[in-house]
Write a protein that binds this ligand. Structure first.
Ligand SMILES: *[C@@H]1O[C@H](CO)[C@@H](O)[C@H](O)[C@H]1NC(C)=O
Length: 375
C-alpha cells in the first residue's frame, strides 16, 4: 500500500511537472515526447557520432564560390578529449600539385554515406585548370538534417572560433523542409559567424577574430533578403579564438533572440505583419508574400536543423575587397579566377593557419557541446 501510494504520488508529481511544450521535432534522434524545458538534443562530443552529424560531401562552395571542398575525412573533422574539431587542410596534400590544375575530381561515391550532397554550382565534379584550380582547401560541414530538426527552442553551443587568414567558421540553422520555398524564402538562422584574420580592419574596425555576428536571412527571393535588419555584431578585444564562448539563441512563437554568454546581442519580435513588414517588403505591392498563410514568425515557424562548418574565402563580400590585413587579400570578389588567386597568395596566409603546430588547433573550429531545449 505504501509503495503504491508513493508510486501514485510520484506519477502525479511527474505529470503535474510537465508543462506542455510548443516545440516540435523531427528526425531519427528526436525524442518521442518531452515537456517544456527538457533537453531534446545534445552532443558533448565524447565520441564522433555520425548518426547525429552527417557530413556534407561537395565542391559547391556554399553558393558564394567559397574555396573549400567539404568532405568526410578525419583530417578535417574529428573528436578528441570531448571536443569536436573542424580543421582545414590543403587539397594538394591529398592529390598532389599537378592534379590541382589538370585533374578531374569526381566526389560522387557508391556507398550511401559517400554520396555527393550538393550538386549545385558544379558541386559533384570539377576539372582543374591553371586559371581555375580545384577547390584548394579541404574542410568539413556537419549537419543534423536527418537526425534532428526542431521548431522553437533554446540552443546553446559552446565553441571556440578558429584563427587564420580568410577562414569563415559558422554555426547555423537551415530549414528542414523549405515550407515557404527555396532560399531565402524559408529563412536561415545564423547563430554565429566570424572571420579568422587576427588583425584585419575594415573602415578602421577590427572585423577579424575580434568580431562575431548573428543574422537572420529571409525574403521572397535571393535578391530581396531582409538580413540587414536582423544582423548583430559583437566585439571582444581578446578575440573569439582565444576562449570558448556560449553562443545562444532563444526562438519562440513571438521572438528570436541571440546572446553570447547570456548577454543579449539582439532580437526580433515581429508585429502582426510578421517578417514581411519587418523586412520592409510590404512597400512593393507587386511581390507576393510567401508567408501570407503562415504565422507572424513565418518563415521562422517551421523546423530547422543544425549546421557547423569552416568555410574559406568566397566572393560574396563577406571578406570585403578594401580590408587592411597584415598581408593583402589575395583575390578580388569580382575575379573570375578567385580560387586560383587565393591559392597563389598562400605564402602569406598559410603561415597564419599554424597547421604545423599543436595539431592545427588554432585553425580549427572547436566545439565543446551542442544543446537544444524545448520551450
Ligand atoms: C583524408 O585526408 C588526408 C589528408 O588530406 C589524405 O591524405 C587521405 O587520403 C584522405 N583519406 C581519404 C580516404 O580520402
Amino acid at each position: 500500500m505504501w509503495l503504491y501510494t508513493v508510486a501514485v504520488l510520484a506519477l502525479a508529481s511527474l505529470s503535474s511537472a510537465c508543462t506542455p511544450s510548443v516545440t516540435a521535432v523531427s528526425g531519427t534522434h528526436a525524442p518521442a515526447s518531452f515537456c517544456a524545458g527538457d533537453l531534446i538534443f545534445s552532443d558533448d562530443f565524447n565520441e564522433f557520432d555520425l548518426e547525429k552529424w552527417q557530413h556534407e560531401n561537395t565542391l559547391a562552395g556554399g553558393g558564394n564560390w567559397e574555396f573549400q571542398y567539404y568532405n568526410n575525412n578525419r583530417t578535417n573533422s574529428f573528436t578528441n578529449n570531448g571536443l569536436l574539431y573542424i580543421r582545414p587542410s590543403l587539397t594538394e596534400d591529398q592529390f598532389g600539385s599537378a592534379f590541382m590544375t589538370s585533374g578531374r575530381l569526381n566526389i560522387e561515391g557508391g556507398a550511401p554515406a559517400d554520396r555527393c550532397t550538393n550538386p549545385q554550382w558544379w558541386g559533384c565534379e570539377r576539372t582543374g585548370s591553371p586559371t581555375n584550380i580545384l577547390n584548394p582547401i579541404k574542410s568539413a560541414r556537419l549537419r543534423t538534417v536527418d537526425s534532428f530538426s526542431f521548431r522553437y527552442g533554446t540552443v546553446e553551443v559552446r565553441a571556440k572560433m578558429p584563427a587564420g587568414d580568410w577562414l569563415w567558421p559558422a554555426i547555423w540553422l537551415m530549414p528542414a523542409f523549405n515550407v515557404y520555398g527555396t532560399w531565402p524564402a524559408s529563412g536561415e538562422i545564423d547563430l554565429v559567424e566570424s572571420r579568422g584574420n587576427r588583425n584585419m580592419l575594415f573602415n578602421g574596425v577590427h572585423i577579424g577574430t575580434q568580431e562575431t555576428g548573428s543574422t537572420l536571412h529571409y525574403g521572397p527571393y535571393p535578391d530581396l533578403n531582409g538580413w540587414e535588419r536582423a544582423h548583430w555584431l559583437r566585439r571582444n578585444t581578446a578575440g573569439y579564438d582565444s576562449q570558448f564562448h556560449r553562443y545562444q539563441v532563444i526562438w519562440t512563437p513571438d521572438l528570436i533572440r541571440f546572446s553570447i554568454d547570456d548577454v543579449e546581442l539582439g532580437r526580433v519580435m515581429p508585429g502582426n505583419g510578421g517578417f514581411w513588414d519587418f523586412g520592409g517588403f510590404n512597400s512593393n505591392p507587386n511581390i507576393e508574400n510567401p508567408w501570407r498563410f503562415g504565422s507572424k514568425m513565418a518563415p521562422f515557424d517551421q523546423k530547422f536543423y543544425i549546421i557547423m562548418n569552416v568555410a574559406v574565402g568566397g566572393t560574396n563580400g563577406f571578406f570585403p575587397d578594401g580590408v587592411t590585413n597584415p598581408t593583402p587579400k589575395p583575390w578580388l570578389n569580382g575575379s573570375p579566377t578567385a580560387a586560383t588567386d587565393f591559392w597563389n597568395g598562400r605564402t602569406n596566409w598559410l603561415p597564419t593557419w599554424r597547421l604545423d603546430q599543436n595539431d592545427g588547433q588554432d585553425a580549427s573550429l572547436q566545439v565543446d557541446y551542442v544543446r537544444v531545449w524545448a520551450i
